[in-house]
Design a protein around this ligand. Structure first.
Ligand code: BGC
Length: 833
C-alpha cells in the first residue's frame, strides 16, 4: 500500500471511522480505498477467536507462569508459532498477547497470565513468543502497557511507581521484547501510572515507546480502556476498542475541527493503522471468514511437550516419585476429575479437548481408585455438565428472542446448544438484534443419579430466573446484589435448591434479560454493554462425608495422588484473590490424606503461589500450573517418570502472604496503589530482607542430579560500548541415573554503586538437555549494558557504571555455587534499546 497516497484520499469522516473498532473484535474497513477490516483475538495462552462464549474450539497452552516455568526460549517460540497459525485459522491478524505485567503480589487476579516476577525472564519469554507469533505474519499485541499488575479498580486505580522501578522492573520486559522481537502492536493498560491514564499518556506512548524505543506498530486500547476524546488521540493511541466507540465519533470530529486534536496527530494514528493493514495483507485473511481449527496430532504433541516441561517438582522426599505403576493407587481431590486448564477472564477459551489428571493417570494405571474429598468451586459448577439439551446432546439449548418473556408465541431469532453455561454475551451479534436489549432462554434436563438436594444458581449481568419443572427455584431479578461477576459488572450468585429423585427427569428453564434489564447500577468505567449469565448446579454435598470417604480410599491403597489447587474461578480477570489460600476444605483434605497414607503426592494447580501449611508433612509436591488441553497427560507423565521434570519457578513462593514485598501495598488506598517495594520485587526482596521463601525463584527438582562446574568469564573490561558483551560458560554434567534437563541461571551483582541495588539479579539463562553421564559446555552471552545498568533518575537515563560485577551461576536464585567477576572500566550513560 502507498500509505501516503491512501492517507491523502481519506476524508475526515473516514479517518474518524478508522480510529475505533467496528465491533467487539474488528477494526473498520474503507472499501472504496481497499482498506479491509482486521480481526483481533485474545490472547495470552491460545487464540479464542471472536466469540466470548460458545466459541470455536482452540488450542490452550499452559498459563503465562507455566510457559515461563519452562525457561525454554526455543519451546516458547514454537508455541508462539503455533498460536500464530491458530490466529490465522481463526481469521485474526492481530493476536492480543502476550501479557507481560509483573506479579508484585501472589494475589493479582491475572498473575497467572503474565510470565514472571523477574523482568528479564519475562522479557525473554515475551521475545520468544512474539518472534514465534510474528513469524507467521500475525501481529502480536503485547499487553498491558504498563503498570496493570492487579485487578482491583483497574480502570481508575493509579499505580504510583518510582521511576527506577518503572524502568528496571515494569517497563523492562516490554523493552527487552522491543529489542529482541519488535512486537508490532501494544495494548495500553486500563490504569493510571503516576497520575495519568496510560491510554492518554504521551510520555509512555510517544516518548518512551515510539521515540526512545523506535516502535513503529499499532497501539490499541484495552477494552473500554479510554476515558476521554482528544487526549488519547494526541498521546498516540491509534485504535479505541471495542466498537461501537464511546468517544471517537462526533466528539472526535469536533475535537479535530476545534483543534483539540491536530490534523497531524490524527494522521499519525491513521498511518499506524494503514501500516498494520499493509503489514498483514500478505496473510490474505478474508473479512468475516468462518473460524477454523488446527486440532491436529502435531498441535497436541506441542501442547503436551510444553505442559510437561512447565511442571515444577517442588519436593520429593524418600523418592516417592516417580510412582510405581505396580502399586495400588488412588487419585483424590477436587482437581482430579476436573481439568484446571486455564485461568479465567479474557485469557480463557473453549479448548479442543481437555485431559483431567484422572484421565491422564488412568492411561498408566487401569485400576485406579477415586474420591472427591472436598469441593473447590467458588460458585456452583456449570449446570451444563449434568444436563442434556432437548435434542439429547450434552448441555443445554439456548434461544435468543427480541421480545420479552411475557410475549406469547414469540419466535426465537436463533437457537443453538451450549456445553458451558457461563455465557458472556458481549460480543454476541445477530442482524435482527438491533440493540443491547434482548432476551434469552436456556433449557435442559437433568436425570439425577442419586436422590439428593440439588443446588441451582444464577449469576447475571442483566436479570434472570431459574425454574425446575415450572417451579421457580432461583430469582435473580426481583432483588439483586452487586457482585464481581462479568468483570465486575454483574451480580453476586443467587442460589436455590430442590430435592430431586433418582432416575426421574426434570426440566430446567432459565429466562434471562440482558444488561439493560439489570436493577443494579454499577456505574463502573467498564460499560460491559450486553451482559451475560452463568447457570450453576450440582447435588449438595456434605464436607464431612466427602472427607471420610476420601480417607477410607487413601487407607486402602499403597500410594495417593492428591489433586488440589485453584481454578478459573479463583484466579481471573476482574478481581484479585482475597488471600493466598487454597479453596476452603483443601488444606484439611491434605492433612487428613497425609495422615492416612505415607505415600502422598500433592499435585497443586494454580497460576500463582498458594499457602501450604502442610508442606512439612507431605513427602512429594508437584506444581502443575494451568496446563492447557494436555493438563492431565502432562501431570501423569511426570508422576510416572515418562517425563523427567525440568520446570523452575518463575516467581518466589512465599511461606505466608504477609511475607511478600507488596503485602502492605496491594490494596487500592485513596485511589492509588503504591509500589513501595521499588525495585525489590520478588526474590530481590526476600534476599534483601533475609527472609526465606518457601520455594525460591528459579527452583525446581529433577529425578536426576546435575553438576555445574568450570565457570569461565570472557570479557573485555575496556569495552563498555553499546555492543559490549560478557560471555559466561560452564560445564554441566548429568551425574544421575536418568536423562533430564537443567536450567543454568546467571545472576549479576554490583554493590558499590550510588543507588541501592538488589543483592543479585537474573541476567541470563539456558536450558540444557543432558543424557545420563553427559557433559555439555553451556555458553550464555550477556549484553553488558543490560547486565549491569541501573536507571538513574537524575540523569533520566540508564547508567552502565564503572566497577566490579559479580557473576553467580547456579540452578536457582538460592543455589548459585559458581562465582566469578568481571569489570566495567568506564561509566557510560545510555538511552533507547
Ligand atoms: C482485557 C484484555 C483483553 C480484552 C479483550 C480486556 O478485558 O484486559 O487483556 O485483550 O479484554 O478481550
Amino acid at each position: 500500500m502507498d500509505i501516503g497516497d491512501t492517507l491523502s484520499k481519506l476524508t475526515l469522516d473516514e479517518k474518524i471511522e478508522l480510529i475505533s473498532g467496528a465491533d467487539f473484535w474488528c477494526t473498520k474497513a474503507v472499501p472504496r480505498l481497499g482498506i479491509p477490516s482486521l480481526r483481533m483475538s485474545d490472547g495470552p495462552n491460545g487464540v479464542r477467536g471472536s466469540r466470548l462464549f460458545n466459541g470455536v474450539p482452540a488450542a490452550c497452552t499452559p498459563c503465562g507462569t507455566g510457559l515461563a516455568a519452562t525457561w525454554d526460549v526455543d519451546a516458547i517460540r514454537t508455541i508462539g508459532q503455533m498460536m500464530g497459525t491458530e490466529a490465522i485459522a481463526k481469521g485474526a491478524s492481530l493476536l492480543l498477547g502476550p501479557t507481560v505485567n509483573i506479579q508484585r503480589s501472589p494475589l493479582g487476579g491475572r498473575g497467572f497470565e503474565s510470565f514472571s516476577e523477574d523482568p528479564v525472564l519475562s522479557g525473554k519469554m515475551a521475545s520468544s513468543i512474539v518472534q514465534g507469533i510474528q513469524s507467521t505474519g500475525v501481529v502480536s499485541v503485547i499487553k498491558h502497557f504498563v503498570g496493570n499488575d492487579q485487578e482491583e479498580q483497574r480502570q481508575k486505580s493509579d499505580s504510583i511507581i518510582p521511576e527506577r522501578a518503572l524502568r528496571e522492573v515494569y517497563l523492562l520486559p516490554f523493552q527487552i521484547a522491543e529489542k529482541e522481537a519488535r512486537p508490532k502492536g501494544y495494548m495500553t493498560a486500563y490504569n493510571r501510572v503516576n497520575g495519568i491514564h496510560v491510554s492518554e499518556n504521551p510520555r509512555f506512548l510517544q516518548e518512551i515507546l515510539r521515540d526512545e524505543w523506535g516502535f513503529d506498530g499499532i497501539i490499541v486500547s484495552d477494552w473500554y480502556g479510554t476515558y476521554s476524546v482528544a487526549e488519547p488521540i494526541n498521546a498516540g493511541l491509534d485504535i479505541d476498542m471495542p466498537g461501537p466507540t464511546r468517544w471517537r465519533a462526533g466528539l472526535a470530529k469536533l475535537s479535530v475541527n476545534s483543534s483539540k486534536v491536530s490534523k497531524r496527530a490524527l494522521d499519525q494514528r491513521i498511518r499506524a493503522i494503514l501500516k498494520t493493514v499493509d503489514r498483514v495483507a500478505s496473510l490474505k485473511l478474508e473479512e468475516n471468514v468462518t473460524e477454523g481449527t488446527v486440532d491436529t496430532p502435531e498441535t497436541a504433541k506441542k501442547l503436551l511437550d510444553v505442559a510437561s516441561s512447565a511442571i515444577v517438582l517442588l519436593k520429593n522426599d524418600r523418592n516417592v516419585l516417580p510412582l510405581d505403576k505396580g502399586r495400588t493407587t488412588a487419585i483424590i481431590g477436587p482437581n482430579a476429575k476436573f481439568a484446571a486448564y486455564s485461568g479465567g477472564g479474557s485469557a480463557s477459551l473453549r479448548p479442543y479437548y481437555v485431559v483431567t489428571p484422572f484421565d491422564g493417570v488412568q492411561t498408566h494405571i487401569q485400576s485406579l481408585k477415586y474420591a472427591l474429598g472436598a469441593t473447590a468451586y467458588k460458585k456452583l459448577p456449570m449446570l451444563t455438565s449434568i444436563t442434556k439439551a432437548p435434542n439429547g446432546a450434552p448441555g443445554m439449548e439456548m434461544r435468543i428472542y427480541a421480545e420479552p418473556h411475557s410475549v406469547k408465541d414469540r419466535i426465537p431469532i436463533e437457537k443453538f446448544n451450549i456445553d458451558n453455561s457461563s455465557c458472556f454475551l458481549n460480543d454476541y451479534k445477530h442482524p435482527n438484534i438491533p440493540s443491547n436489549l434482548f432476551y434469552v432462554e436456556v433449557e435442559g434436563a437433568i436425570t439425577p443419579e442419586i436422590d439428593a438436594e440439588y443446588l441451582f444458581s444464577l449469576t447475571v449481568n442483566g436479570s434472570g430466573r431459574l425454574y425446575v419443572d415450572g417451579e421457580e427455584v432461583v430469582d435473580n431479578e426481583t432483588t439483586q446484589r452487586p457482585g464481581d461477576s462479568f468483570f465486575g459488572s454483574g451480580t453476586a450468585e443467587e442460589i436455590g435448591s430442590k430435592h430431586l429423585v433418582r432416575g426421574q427427569k426434570y426440566n430446567v428453564l432459565v429466562q434471562f434479560g440482558t444488561a439493560p434489564t439489570s436493577k443494579i447500577a454499577k456505574g463502573g468505567a467498564t460499560q460491559m454493554g450486553v451482559g451475560g449469565l452463568q447457570i450453576g448446579g450440582c447435588a449438595k454435598t456434605d464436607p464431612t462425608v466427602l472427607l471420610e470417604e476420601a480417607v477410607a480410599v487413601a487407607q486402602s491403597v499403597d500410594q495417593v495422588i492428591l489433586c488440589v489447587g485453584l481454578n478459573s474461578e479463583w484466579e481471573s480477570e476482574g478481581w484479585d484473590r482475597a488471600n493466598m489460600d487454597l479453596p476452603p476444605g483443601s488444606d484439611a483434605l491434605v492433612e487428613a490424606i497425609t495422615a492416612a497414607n505415607p505415600n502422598v503426592v500433592v499435585v497443586n494447580q494454580s497460576g500463582t503461589p498458594v499457602t501450604m501449611p502442610w508442606v512439612e508433612k507431605v513427602p512429594a509436591i508437584v506444581h502443575a500450573w494451568y496446563g492447557g488441553n494436555e493438563t492431565g497427560n502432562a501431570i501423569a507423565n511426570v508422576l510416572f517418570g515418562v517425563t523427567n521434570p525440568s520446570g523452575k519457578l518463575p516467581l518466589s513462593w512465599p511461606v505466608r502472604l504477609e511475607d511478600n514485598p507488596a503485602f502492605i501495598n496491594t490494596r487500592i488506598d485513596g485511589g492509588k496503589v503504591l509500589y513501595g517495594e521499588g525495585v525489590h520485587v520478588g526474590y530481590r526482596w526476600y534476599e534483601k530482607i533475609k527472609r526465606d521463601p518457601l520455594f525460591a525463584f528459579g527452583y525446581g527438582l529433577s529425578y536426576t542430579q546435575f553438576k555445574l562446574e568450570n565457570l569461565a568469564i570472557n570479557d573485555n573490561p575496556e569495552d563498555s560500548s553499546d555492543a559490549a558483551t560478557v560471555t559466561i560458560s560452564i560445564d554441566a554434567t548429568n551425574i544421575g541415573s536418568q536423562d533430564g534437563s537443567e536450567v543454568v541461571q546467571v545472576y549479576v551483582a554490583h554493590q558499590t554503586t550510588t543507588v541501592q541495588r538488589p543483592l543479585k539479579e537474573l541476567k541470563g539463562f539456558s536450558k540444557v538437555h543432558l543424557s545420563t553421564g553427559e557433559t555439555k559446555s553451556v555458553t550464555i552471552q550477556l549484553d553488558k549494558k543490560y547486565a549491569c545498568s541501573f536507571w538513574d533518575e537524575s540523569a533520566d537515563s540508564w547508567v552502565l557504571e564503572q566497577g566490579t560485577y559479580h557473576v553467580l551461576v547456579g540452578n536457582s536464585s538460592q543455589n548459585t555455587t559458581l562465582q566469578g567477576q568481571f569489570e566495567v572500566q568506564q561509566t557510560r550513560l545510555w538511552n533507547g534499546l
